[in-house]
Design a protein around this ligand. Structure first.
Ligand SMILES: Cc1ncc(COP(=O)(O)O)c(C=O)c1O
Length: 293
């Protein structure tokens, strides 16, 4: 599987396990010999090049010749982060005192500011959670839902999210409707069907900002019409007085909320005009094709 000698593998294991008990200096040489480094990453160049990505790769303990594609459930951690975790756990364990806790909490707030800066939001918008499941559950537990409310979720949500919605629905009396997410993923019956009937489009799957575009041809309903209906759905939902008031009300009294909303509104309006352009271009192309027929 891997082009990695037994000796290198043993050293990698040592770096991840028992060697953690040795001082950091003792690890520096083997880390360097394996082509790894735990030094902070230099600033990202304006146009990241191969050298930059090699620098990134050199900060992961994974064998160098392994192309690791999982960035979710089993997600590798970079060496500077492994070091920081190790250092801070040791700091706390050596002195579990209010002073250490205050220092760690100060570090947490600095982290929050850095994350906010990187994501161009305000620190108040950042919640540092232990994992995605905790984040999702903060959201589902934070909504005041009760009997008569209905939550619509996709059936292929991660179980730690889906199951939590179903359980909370039972506890608080609201209804959870789980909708099967039909997509022509290779290996599914639907994929075989669309392939056999020549119903997959080969155009791009997303627009330049990552918004999904339809990739299946539904006979009698073209791509332009599908995007048109997506846009109409959003328009009819958001441009209702009740929803507008709910959104704007928060922004009137809260400066951070106002800034966040302004940014979101700008992005949404840009996406809306893009979708409208997409729809009108499709209509025009269809009209031209019809004249040609
Ligand atoms: C959509 C989604 N939700 C939740 C999870 C669970 O993530 P975590 O292990 O960070 O709680 C994952 C993990 O892959 C995920 O992809």
């Amino acid at each position: 599987m891997l082009d990695l000698s037994r000796r290198d593998f043993a050293r990698l294991l040592a770096l991840t396990g028992s060697a953690a008990f040795f001082p950091e200096r003792a690890l520096a040489a083997p880390i360097r010999e394996l082509g790894l480094t735990n030094a902070p990453l230099p600033p990202t160049p304006r146009a990241p090049d191969e050298k930059f990505w090699e620098d990134v790769r050199a900060r992961f303990l994974l064998p160098r010749d392994l192309g690791f594609m999982n960035a979710a459930n089993l997600c590798p951690t970079s060496l500077p982060v492994v070091d920081a975790l190790d250092r801070n756990v040791r700091l706390y364990e050596a002195s579990p005192s209010p002073e250490t806790r205050t220092a760690l909490m100060k570090g947490r707030e600095e982290t929050r500011k850095l994350l906010a800066e990187a994501l161009r939001v305000s620190p108040e918008e950042i919640v540092i959670t232990r994992n995605t499941s905790e984040g999702n559950n903060f959201v589902s537990s934070g909504l005041d839902l009760k009997a008569g409310d209905e939550v619509v979720v996709f059936a292929d949500n991660h179980p730690s999210n889906l199951k939590a919605w179903v359980d909370k629905g039972k506890r608080f009396g609201f209804t959870v409707v789980s909708v099967p997410h039909v997509n022509p993923h290779p290996g599914t019956e639907f994929y075989e069907y669309v392939k056999k009937n020549d119903l997959i489009t080969i155009d791009s799957m997303t627009d330049d900002k990552g918004h999904q575009l339809p990739n299946i041809i539904y006979p009698g309903l073209d791509r332009g019409e599908l995007v048109d209906w997506v846009e109409r759905f959003y328009g009819e939902y958001f441009f209702r007085p009740r929803v507008v008031w709910r959104i704007v009300r928060k922004a009137i009294f809260n400066g951070d909320e106002r800034r966040r909303l302004t940014k979101e509104a700008r992005e949404y309006m840009a996406l809306r005009s893009k979708r409208k352009k997409f729809v009108s271009e499709h209509k025009a192309a269809k009209a031209t094709a019809a004249v040609g027929d």
